[in-house]
Design a protein around this ligand. Structure first.
Ligand SMILES: O=P(O)(O)OC[C@H]1O[C@H](O[C@H]2O[C@H](CO)[C@@H](O)[C@H](O)[C@H]2O)[C@H](O)[C@@H](O)[C@@H]1O
Ligand code: UDP
Length: 521
């Protein structure tokens, strides 16, 4: 049932291509004097989708980041933005609760314990319906809707029920857990059914797609082959509208074919290199090093302050290196950007306390009047400053315990047009599938992490350059434009790459009108 918030926009505003994500790329802020300002929303989803949307003539549906904000649709940077209102209760139950205290820890291998509350689930259903209604109201006939991420997993099914004419894609930016973990979720079947409303479901890693497909088999018993899932067709409208994806399988059953496959996300690599080549940004990088007292080695960590990012493990390794004297505070400084995130969720508040206590202890124990061991920054910085930090850093530390992709790792590589710098990269971040010449680490193994940090600090220039060149090639070739075009190509040309079951091979596409007649007889 359509929800009352944000009633459908005028039908004249119909977009052939619509992206739906929890967050819009910017928070629109109205100041007391009536002036407006825009602040970039946190996180890699926005970093990745912004360039895609600037190229596409579509609309982006999402939340502005403030409770009870009833902002009308507006244009920003050439992108048409359509806000969805979240009340203070929605923020607490749907966003902070079910999305970030149930799904987030569950999907990140229960690093923190997920909480299961029925009222959070109810709010998740209500808010997903609101996003689906909004998309249904603004998308042109036979248009394409691309739904993003774990906050909106019910939207594909809800949207298909209202608008079977649409082509629907879904991309999951975070890991999809193994069935042994996923099966904890009291609403595990509803979520899988929600996702199967899409025609193509994208994941960061092949392992995530495999975990999802296994969950589909275990919970629903649907047939799967390779990346293709056969979903039995129930509604007549579905058959009539989605001809190209309907096929007949054994026993004359009609199925929709859904593709579940890895499409590793990336960044606008050329844009990062362009920024890194700017003289003012290079000057800023020099200033940063000077401000730190020109240490021999600058190490850098950049993360949302999130327990998945392994910031504590990184600090432990660095603290032990200082304690055992292998690293001298006069020579090596760690800059840790920990940008504020989900600050009302208890697990995030506890994490902040822990991290800040550890930083304080390490600085107190090892700092000198002229050198601080860790420069800790609890801020969110604009992209230009991020690039200056990347240029200033000899060693980049990405030690996530679990991470969908980690765009910071790719941004570091894209910015280092000088082919210098060493990336220490957790094997539990999606980026590690591609950046094979990084120093790959298991962040739980503190001894191994310490050894890798020492190896990075002492690495000869020729080896740094060889490793960085290989990673740069990969990031330049597989940039965000390639990510979106390969996803959208799979979405809009469904026969591409489909490993159809044997019974379908002779006639993968059927005459659906005739099939309906037959079914009616
Ligand atoms: O919107 P927030 O709750 O403030 O969180 C920010 C975003 O965090 C997550 O980002 C993920 O997407 C990145 C791009 O694909 C990926 O590199 C990273 O590994 C993920 O953690 C989240 O998935 C987004 O929905 C949030 O907007
Ligand atoms: O102060 C900051 C910290 C981070 N970021 C950006 O936030 C994104 C983080 O994405 P990532 O995939 O690494 O992790 P997520 O936060 O999405 O889990 C990257 O584009 C960073 O450059 C930023 O612009 N300013």
């Amino acid at each position: 049932m359509p929800s009352s918030k944000n009633p459908p926009t005028d039908s004249s505003a119909a977009f052939p291509f619509v992206v739906v994500s929890n967050r819009l790329p910017v928070d629109r802020q109205v100041h007391a004097d009536g002036t407006l300002s825009f602040r970039t929303s946190p996180g890699g989803l926005v970093t990745a989708l912004e360039p895609v949307m600037r190229e596409a003539d579509g609309a982006w549906i999402g939340w502005t980041g403030s409770a009870d904000d009833e902002t009308d649709p507006f244009e920003h940077d050439g992108i048409h933005l359509i806000p969805v209102t979240l009340t203070a209760d929605d923020v607490e139950l749907y966003y902070e609760g079910f999305s970030n205290d149930t799904l987030w820890p569950l999907y990140h291998d229960v690093i923190a314990p997920p909480a299961y509350h029925r009222e959070w689930w109810e709010s998740y259903v209500t808010v997903n319906q609101r996003f689906a209604d909004r998309a249904a109201a603004v998308t042109a006939e036979n248009g394409t809707v691309w739904v993003q991420d774990y906050q909106l997993q019910l939207v594909p099914k809800m949207l298909r029920e209202q608008r079977p004419d649409l082509t629907i894609g879904f991309f999951n930016h975070i890991p999809f857990p193994a069935y042994g973990i996923y099966s904890q979720l009291p609403w595990r079947t509803q979520i899988i059914e929600g996702l199967l409303g899409a025609d193509v479901i994208g994941f960061q890693r092949t392992a995530d797609a495999g975990n999802f497909t296994r969950a589909v088999r275990r919970l629903l018993g649907h047939q799967t082959k390779g990346t293709v899932i056969d979903v039995p067709v129930e509604a007549e409208a579905e058959v009539k509208s989605a001809k190209h994806r309907i096929s007949r399988v054994r026993d004359d059953k009609l199925v929709r074919t859904v593709v579940a496959k890895a499409f590793p996300i990336s960044i606008d690599a050329a844009r990062y290199e362009e920024l890194a080549r700017r003289p003012d940004i290079q000057e800023r990088a020099r200033e940063i090093r000077e401000g730190l007292g020109n240490p021999k080695v600058v190490m850098l960590g950049v993360d949302r302050l999130d327990y998945t990012k392994g910031i504590g493990h990184r600090l432990k390794a660095f603290g032990e290196l200082l304690a055992d004297g292998t690293v001298d505070v006069e020579d090596v400084t760690l800059v840790q950007v920990a940008s504020p995130s989900r600050e009302r969720v208890t697990a995030y508040q506890n994490l902040r306390d822990e991290i800040e206590l550890t930083v304080g202890r390490i600085n107190g124990d090892f700092g000198t009047i002229s050198h601080t061991a860790i420069s800790y920054l609890h801020h969110g910085y604009p992209r230009e400053e991020m690039v200056a930090l990347y240029l200033a850093a000899d060693v980049m530390l990405v030690t996530a315990l679990r991470d969908g992709m980690n765009l910071v790792a790719k941004e570091y590589v894209a910015s280092r047009f000088d082919n210098d710098g060493v990336l220490v990269l957790s094997e539990f971040a999606g980026a590690s599938d591609e950046l094979r010449t990084a120093l790959r680490v298991n962040p739980h193994d503190i001894e191994g992490l310490k050894e890798s940090i020492l190896q990075a600090v002492a690495m000869p220039k020729s080896e740094r350059s060889r490793r960085m060149r290989a990673m740069r090639k990969r990031v330049q070739e597989n940039d965000v434009a390639r990510w979106s075009s390969s996803f959208l190509a799979t979405l809009t040309t469904p026969s591409d790459g489909l490993a159809l079951p044997k019974a379908n091979k002779a006639a993968p596409v059927i005459d659906t009108d005739a099939a309906l007649d037959e079914a009616a007889e």
